[in-house]
Design a protein around this ligand. Sequence first.
Ligand code: GDP
Ligand code: MG
Length: 607
Amino acid sequence: YSPDLIRNFSIIAHIDHGKSTLADRLLELTGTIQKKKSGKNEQVLDKLKVERERGITVKAQTASMIHQHNGSGFLLNLIDTPGHVDFSWEVSRSLAACQGAVLLVDASQGVQAQSISVFHNAKERGLKIIPVLNKIDLPAAEPERIAEQMRATFGIDPSEILKISAKTGKGVQDVLDAIIERLPAPRGPKEAPLKAFLFDSFYDRYRGVISLINVQEGVLRKGDKIASYHTRKRYEVTDVGIMHPEEIPTQNLYPGQVGYIACNMKQSSEAHIGDTLYRVGSEVEPLAGFQPAKAMVFAGVFPVENSEFPKLEESINRLTLTDRSVTVQRESSAALGQGCRLGFLGTLHMDVFRQRLEDEYDSNVIITAPTVPYKIIFHDGREKLISNPTEFPETTDTAARVKEVQEPMVKATIIVPEEYVGELMELCFSHRADALEHRYLDAGAATASRIMINCLLPLSEIVTGFFDQLKSRSSGFASFDYEDAGYQSSDLAKMSFLLNAKPVDALALIVHRSAQEKVGRHWVKKLHQVIPRQLFEVPIQAAIGKKVIARETLKAMRADVTAGLYGGHYERKMKHLENQKESKRKMKRLGKVDLPQEAFFNLLSNK
Ligand code: GDP
Ligand code: MG
């Protein structure tokens, strides 16, 4: 295929607006996959089990198809992108290999928070956009009104908007034609030295690492000796081809083509996302790579059975081969034993990983409360990023050297029908929102209008439960997205939880002072519910430094030593109780609270 006959594109949309369904239709229409008789959505590109279960796309996938247009066969490379905010890094890397994007908007729901973020992401990369209204078969579809909304929000000319139903297939042919007619062909000379962009990789049990690449200049052939710009390691290309949608060997990849290569890389860590590959002996300037994924939510993961740690670690390592945006570090806790501290792109990412881990590892894991990376700034100008509350400066000695503590902020976008605006502004303010603004999305619309709210929020405020509350307080109608907004100084403290005056390291949290009572009471209550009674009374306390913020008392379990002792045995009874008291005092002095891992699991798994 000459580059003129190639189009690299991606479909971008808010979650549930029909990306996977449209991808299936495109693959069917071009004969790449068989049309299912059952009419059921197969969602070919959503390969992972969690993706099917949750109906979201996590890993970017790619597929090539061939489409006849005006007598020529065109090679269309669809690079699928994940739809959720947590995966915006994956979105960027998918888009880097494209020249254009199909922007899908649900004609019944209209522009949503992620429609806006994916649109800007694509625009920033200079991609040509094909606007498409989907689900026009729905009775609630309002294509005219939503087209106007797209004009107002994105500056898109309504006459350019295609109206389709990915479900019934209506209008999908027009999407294929528009991809060919409206999107530019990839540019890149065939004669130039090889320059290929590595944008994804996965591990194949038999052939080792398979990398997905986009050839930008020159030709890549089977048998070529190539090198990585990043590691300078050399490889021989043992297999090369396109994803159609499974791997089809082709011998060559030409400029503009997207495909896979196998080149006896042994470990996934050798395939650097954003790397440039070149032919040995003719080094080239690297392509502009992009920022590596930044973990923004951290949590400790521990086995329920201590002896199972090696098995857990092995499962984690296997999983991180397929999702390298997860960072892993060993961590040991006095309360929970050996575990790993994992870093995720966001909370959904964390949930998805947890589910994969439970499938893979086949037993329960304890995941500690999530924390975000805080920045500690010392008087001498040093800075330290901490991802574990146990690292928070505590003793007055270090505290004296701390100038300030900063926390990561995000710029949030919420889109919601007008009637829920008050409710959601309240939600934002109760999560320490700042610089809140709102505006109408549909100018002068007669029907119920939508409002866009923008504000700054601390990331820590949205990592637990924010999204669920947003949904429940708007009857499911609000959509939400956010982007990084840097660090801001904040009044934070470390909260410890003590059982019988002994702190439990794995439970420590970093809290904003304004919420310390609320947070302290909440966790102390939960602890009270899950900790089994001991033979002695156990005070459960939340403390900041030496100051106790909240407290509950777990009553002693009463061994029934007096059963069967009646009336005349009063003295014996008293003696028994005395003895019991004495032994309790002893145990209490020893202070060992028997805290089973199950209690932790119950504490931390139910939200
Ligand atoms: P994605 O999250 O963007 O990948 O969205 P999906 O393709 O998974 O679609 C989300 C839901 O919308 C699924 O239940 C689809 O069956 C449904 N859907 C997708 N396209 C259409 C359409 O054109 N009409 C109707 N009525 N439903 C659709
Ligand atoms: Mg999908």
